[in-house]
Design a protein around this ligand. Structure first.
Ligand SMILES: Nc1ncnc2c1ncn2[C@@H]1O[C@H](COP(=O)(O)OP(=O)(O)O)[C@@H](O)[C@H]1O
Ligand SMILES: [Mg+2]
Length: 263
């Protein structure tokens, strides 16, 4: 099988000496071309750290990253779009103007602006400035920016954080539509339902380690899988970490049930 993105034993440590902390340890992900890949895990599991390495915002401490089968190079970032943390928008510019700043900068033809606005469903915002957009609209404009250069991979870090149910639904539809346009997506979330509805396969990260990776089917009980994976992984590590993992996993499960549960 051909992977668009692959990591081999990827590791990231922060700090030195006594204060050293391993945020990501020995993670090997396999993201097939044309997939929506959900990176799942409790808060603090290492999802953002993983995605920041893939998007060149952090340098790995160890391991390898392969993009299109080649060792990751900074030039690959031309083909990797990302929305990690808040979208880089100019609040006093319209959607179209925000996009024009980037097309001008990167020498991308103007026609592309209309195309990406269409993709993210923001064609009718007219003179409205980005500062006045809802959070969901801002996120979608952030994705439009990331799509301008026609990336092959789009990396989204918890894109639905803080969105209302309609915003979440719109974003979900958008993410699902991207593989049809030749864009592979890696999307992280700590909310199980999110990933259950959008992803073709998931990687579950618990305390910096990849605890599970595999396809999810329509009938898959992701919550049960998640809890199981968290427990098993906890069992393999020092007892000190165990209670906190279980507590966190249980809290995640509860939060997801309160949001409507995993179907
Ligand atoms: N720049 C940093 N310096 C030190 N520790 C960090 C830094 N970024 C993240 N961490 C730590 O790495 C761990 C994983 O964080 P993160 O990747 O943000 O988790 P997630 O995105 O899954 O919530 C956490 O314990 C966090 O405190
Ligand atoms: Mg994060």
């Amino acid at each position: 099988m051909r992977y668009l993105l692959e990591t081999k034993g990827l590791t990231k440590r922060f700090g030195r000496g006594e204060r050293a902390q391993t945020a990501v340890l020995d993670v090997s992900l396999h993201v097939p071309e044309g997939a929506v890949y959900g990176l799942l895990g409790p808060n603090g599991a290492g999802k953002s750290t993983m995605l920041k390495m893939v998007t060149g915002m952090l340098q790995p401490s160890g391991g390898e990253m392969l993009f299109e089968g080649e060792p990751w190079r900074r030039e690959h970032l031309y083909r990797i779009g990302s929305l990690v943390e808040t979208p880089p928008l100019y609040p006093n510019l319209t959607a179209r103007e925000n996009l024009r700043v980037r097309t001008t900068l990167l020498g991308i033809p103007e026609e592309r602006i209309g195309e990406v606005l269409e993709t993210v469903d923001l064609t009718n915002t007219g003179r409205k400035r980005a500062g006045q957009f809802s959070l969901g609209m801002k996120q979608r404009l952030g994705i439009a920016l990331a799509l301008l250069a026609r990336p092959r991979l789009l990396v989204l870090d918890e894109p639905t954080n803080g969105l209302d149910p309609i915003g979440i639904e719109e974003l979900r539809g958008l993410v699902r539509s991207l593989p049809g346009q030749g864009v592979t997506v890696v999307v992280s979330s700590h909310v199980l339902t999110e990933v259950a509805h959008t992803a073709d396969l998931v990687g579950i990260i618990v305390e910096g380690r990849l605890a599970h990776e595999g396809r999810i089917d329509a009938g898959c009980d992701l919550e049960a899988l998640f809890m199981d994976v968290c427990r098993k992984t906890a069992g393999k590590t020092a007892d000190a970490g165990r209670a906190s993992w279980e507590r966190r996993a249980a809290a995640e499960g509860r939060a997801s049930r309160e949001k409507g549960g995993v179907r």
